[in-house]
Design a protein around this ligand. Structure first.
Ligand code: GAR
Length: 209
């Protein structure tokens, strides 16, 4: 395990654009999180997030899921993550469901961001789901991963209004601003060992310094 002189090693798993990945790396660069992103693992060889990682000089590992069963893919991820002795895994727009091999090897160490106020609007296209449902408020959730889809214990949430003239794009943009604020904050709390899981609840402990 890491200590204060030995920064937490993070792996980010992402499939697409990578704006949350960049927000977290920028928070690290500003000295807000005592950690380093050791590797970006991406399942899409052409994803934009890969360029971003290379610009920051972060290792990139492409683990292509093509032709693999979910279990085979997960086992490849575990092998890659063990190679880096990872302390924390962040899913940032990672469009695969995390299965047993990952959960068993990294219990309580996998965090996700989801663009809705869970438990509302789980799964894909959460922002569109909120508009179509007629919700007046939506937002985003930073949560631990468990065996369900978007069901793990909630660390932080932030709300935004859903406006009458919102499109999926405008609502997504408003939520994304909040994602970029609360995801680095959640990572900081984990790295400072201030998150205690108590059943479904995540208790945020006071800072000791
Ligand atoms: C973000 O909005 C994130 O909340 C969402 O994908 C987007 C990734 O953007 N994740 C999910 O929907 C997971 N169910 P990014 O690649 O720019 O960080």
């Amino acid at each position: 395990m890491y200590n204060k002189s030995n920064k937490a090693k993070i792996a980010v798993l992402a499939s697409g654009r990578g704006s949350n990945f960049v927000a977290i790396q920028k928070a690290i660069d500003r000295g807000e999180i005592a950690a380093r992103i050791a590797v970006l693992i991406c399942d899409k060889p052409k994803a934009k997030v890969i360029e971003a990682a290379r610009e920051f000089g972060i290792d990139v590992s492409i683990v292509d899921s093509a032709g693999l069963s979910n279990d085979e893919f997960d086992k490849k991820l575990v092998a890659e993550l063990k190679g880096y002795a990872i302390d924390l895994i962040l899913l940032a727009g990672f469009m695969k469901i995390v299965g047993r091999p990952l959960l068993e090897n990294f219990p309580g160490k996998i965090i996700n961001i989801h663009p809705s106020l869970l438990p509302s609007f789980k799964g894909l296209n959460a922002q569109r789901q909120a508009i179509e449902y007629g919700a007046k408020i939506s937002g985003c959730t930073v949560h631990f991963i468990d065996e369900g889809v978007d069901t793990g214990p909630i660390i932080l949430q932030s709300s935004v209004p859903v406006l009458d003239n919102d499109t999926e794009e405008t609502l997504s943009a408003r939520i994304l601003e909040e994602e970029h604020r609360i995801y680095p904050e959640g990572v900081r709390l984990f790295v400072e060992k201030r998150l205690r899981i108590d059943g479904r609840r995540v208790i945020i402990e006071e800072s000791s310094c």
